[in-house]
Design a protein around this ligand. Structure first.
Ligand SMILES: *[C@@H]1O[C@H](CO)[C@@H](O)[C@H](O)[C@H]1NC(C)=O
Ligand SMILES: *[C@@H]1O[C@H](CO)[C@@H](O)[C@H](O)[C@H]1NC(C)=O
Ligand SMILES: *[C@@H]1O[C@H](CO)[C@@H](O)[C@H](O)[C@H]1NC(C)=O
Length: 219
């Protein structure tokens, strides 16, 4: 598989499934980076008592745009930046990187997309504050702003132009619009691979509610 192959999948669960499967196929040892989470000062002495916010409680929090407490990586996996680090050097939220070195407190990587392809960079942990308005208090997570990126959700892929795309549909319950968005990310029909599983997880070649011909005339 080429390094810039990207798999699109409909849900976060299916994205995670693909990411973990591909990482398991890459040789080498897995390294786990745990975050340090804490409640932000401004919320520490508010009416909610500090006892509530145990490390375990904060570690469990998962929200979009924030890496999880445990980040598992290997050398040679492909990851995506989750924050703007240095826009002048092309290190933006969404930039994809190839991991070259996994140190204790730094990660070395090569830029794969954007304006500075090929640059070697070094990343350290950052204090990340989630922007999720659903959280009734502010906390920060000190973690590498990275997420595995062999796969991403179809919704997130909007606006990206990609040369090689695989589409993974674990269930053929798809809106026409979503499949269209996924297929229109790719510049040519040769760069597209589809894997569709039916309800019994068998591979099928067509999916309900989809008109292929119409989609391919737009590719
Ligand atoms: C994707 O975006 C559409 C609207 O553009 C929305 O209706 C749908 O719920 C989103 N799907 C996911 C999995 O977030
Ligand atoms: C990562 O890829 C490089 C180049 O293909 C290879 O030399 C190296 O052994 C790989 N690292 C691991 C841990 O497999
Ligand atoms: C990163 O980009 C995504 C969309 O691609 C956006 O939803 C998110 O808010 C951005 N995060 C930051 C911290 O800019």
């Amino acid at each position: 598989m080429g390094r810039l192959m990207l798999i699109l999948a409909p849900t976060l669960d299916s994205v995670q499934e693909v990411n973990e499967y591909i990482m398991s196929q890459i040789p080498g040892e897995e390294k786990e980076y745990c975050s340090a989470d804490s409640v932000c000062k401004s919320d520490r002495d508010s009416d909610v008592t500090g006892e509530w916010f145990t490390a375990e409680f904060l570690n469990e929090i998962k929200c979009s745009g924030l890496p999880n407490h445990k980040l598992r990586l290997k050398e040679n996996v492909s990851v995506m930046l989750m924050r703007n680090i240095d826009q002048a050097r092309g290190l933006c939220n969404g930039t994809r990187l190839l991991v070259n070195y996994l140190g204790k407190s730094i990660i070395g990587a090569t830029v794969l997309t954007g304006t500075n392809i090929g640059d070697k960079i070094v990343l350290s942990r950052k204090n990340l504050i989630p922007t999720d308005p659903g959280l009734p208090f502010k906390f920060q997570r000190r973690q590498f702003p990275l997420t595995l990126c062999f796969a991403m959700t179809i919704n997130k892929s909007q606006g990206q132009s990609l040369s090689h795309v695989g589409i993974y549909l674990p269930r053929p319950v798809f809106t026409h619009g979503q499949l269209y968005v996924a297929m229109s990310r790719v510049r040519s029909r040769n760069g597209l691979k589809l894997l569709i599983l039916d309800d019994e997880q068998k591979v099928c070649t067509s999916t309900k509610n989809v008109v292929y011909r119409e989609i391919f005339t737009n590719v």
